[in-house]
Ligand binder design. Structure first.
Ligand code: FES
Length: 149
């Protein structure tokens, strides 16, 4: 059990807050930790797994140092997000939902980032980038590389 569990009441309503807590602490939800949450709340493990898999906010694998989220919404689709995603997959050598072997990048997709006026959009490490094109993508990767050196 993670020490911080004791700050949560052993109540069914704390399933999501506890899962969020574990994810904040570890970065994802390992299977054993979902078991720990179940034991702590005295609930069946299947219930915890059911909740965790229902919400897209929960991750079951470790993420890369940089998380790139490409919008798959209609506005972005119409304005060429397909090309952006293909380029990203080609640069990173992974497809959406995967993390590079060196754990530097994770590539994800989302239904809409809520910034349709800036389509095609993507988010890198929590920051929204709009009106993306190959040139901007190249600059962005150069900036990330520069930060790491
Ligand atoms: S469709 Fe891409 S931000 Fe809304």
């Amino acid at each position: 059990m993670i020490a911080g569990f004791s700050g949560f009441e052993r109540d069914k309503s704390n399933v999501i807050p506890l899962l969020q807590y574990v994810q904040r602490e570890i970065g994802f939800l390992p299977g054993n930790m979902m078991g720990e949450v179940a034991d702590y709340l005295r609930l069946p493990k299947a219930h915890i797994y059911g909740v965790a898999t229902f919400y897209s906010q929960f991750r079951f694998k470790p993420q890369g140092e940089h998380v790139i989220t490409v919008c798959e919404g209609t506005a972005c689709h119409v304005r060429g997000r397909g090309e952006i995603r293909k380029k990203l997959e080609s640069i990173l050598g992974i497809t959406a939902g995967e993390t590079t072997e060196d754990r530097m990048f994770s590539l994800e997709t989302v239904a809409c980032l809520g910034s349709c006026a800036l389509a095609p959009t993507m988010v890198v490490d929590g920051r929204v980038y709009g009106k993306m094109n190959e040139k901007k993508l190249k600059k962005l990767f150069e900036a990330i590389k520069f930060k790491q050196e």
